[in-house]
Design a protein around this ligand. Sequence first.
Ligand code: S6P
Length: 532
Amino acid sequence: MEGPDRTWESPDYEPSLPVSEKSNPLTRDIDQASAIGIVRMLQACDGQMFEEDTAVKYQRLLSKQVVQTLVEVAKRVELILKDPQDGLVVLSGCGTSGRIAFLVASRFSRRLKDVNQSSVYSYIIAGGDRALLSSQEAPEDDAKLGRLMLKEACEGKKRVVFIGVSCGLSAPFVAGQLDFCLRHPEVFTPVLVGFNPAHQARDEPIEGCTFTFGSVVQRMLELAQSQRAFIISPAVGPEAISGSSRMKGGSATKILLEVILSTAQAAAFSRAPLTETVTLQYLLAYKNAVDVTYSRTEQISTLVEAAGKSLRCGGRVCYLGWGTLAVLGLIDASECNPTFGADYEDIRGFIAGGYVELDNNEGPLTSLGPDFSISHEEFFRSVLPSLTDRDTVLLLYTHSDDLGEVAALARRVRERTSNLHAIYHRGGGDNAATDRQEVIDNLCSSTLKISWPSPQTRISVHMQWELSTKLLLNAISTGGHVLKGKVYRNHMVDVQVTNSKLYRRAARLLQKLSGHPKSQCEEALLKAIYQS
Ligand code: S6P
């Protein structure tokens, strides 16, 4: 069997770029691939997350040092859980990183509530809650805003574990927050999560600040020696679509945050030992989730094909989901605009229970515009009447959801389109088909059904379902847009230049594709931005 392709790890491979911005050799021809070819490339790319480290170059997800740091951070969280008064654990980030912070903070707050414990988790996303559902790339550059939002969230708290996520170690918003933590060590334990080695942190000046992301990382590295700050930054390999950190970056963020909070919670309330072995078992359970998901290559490619067909002929793709799977649908849909220049109607997510189920800090956002209408009722009102076979509808649910409700919805959709599909997770070795599931199967033109064995670790099977669903949706929306022609080689080429990271990326791309000098490319880019 062929070993993994490690070209990107060579020092000569795109040496000026951090790992998170490199182009992945595995997907160089993704724009020429068929649906099944795309899925296979994504599988290989996601598989890189769990590759072992070789020699010395990069720390990886399963590296000993990463596992050790996860244990130490979980211990800090455990202390807050055991003595929650005046304590807080804040998860923060921009774009996808902020969305995953929200998802994880909400899930674990709910878990605490279920066992009558006070909530200690809070999330921050650059741009506020509207950024959960739409692209808000500009606040990412605002270090001062990051600091202010953190200050506000921690008002009156005496001990805070702050986990700032920036996949590229680059967002000024997060740098501002980490800088604030470093200035107040009596309260804050700063933790940075990202997917580049520390020396590749961005070193560009930040407007109105004396620090850069790189200089903040340097200060953290010094404190890390005495465990007063922590950096968790394994390389997971370049993204399938260059720089699209919603993919592996988002998945690995979800894995790391969940491992920290799961192990901390098990230690605080069930006296489960917080050890490297246990932490490693959790990580391997996620690896298993990735493997199980991609064992369905054919079925995934059917969904990619359907999405591609809809998008090519001006149709829509709608995710109709329940619980956190629906949240993943909302997140995936929201990312298609900044990644592929998609309209909000191209791929849309809906959640049973709307904002009550979403349970975000700012409550209902419906007044912000039609793209913030997210309930199933809203789907019935504004989408269903105009649904045709050109559109693809995808149901996202698990055996814990109300299958009667799923079947009723499937019936209504089926009256308008036969292009109805489902992703269904069931667990605990439960293989018995229920009558309702059979009804749903008969209404759908394809059902991707995954039966999950009970996990060996304490990891909640729901978290595996979520990761699996995230991979599937990322494959569908990415694959669909690739088939529509929104990607050139493995680069996003229909992207809006709305912050400094995207500006740099766009200028680099122009240089790479045109062969012209940097100055000329930047001039052309500025002209395009200002339409002069
Ligand atoms: C990437 C996504 C972006 C990023 C955001 C934060 O696919 O569209 O919104 O999540 O730019 O990036 P980072 O590197 O700070 O996590």
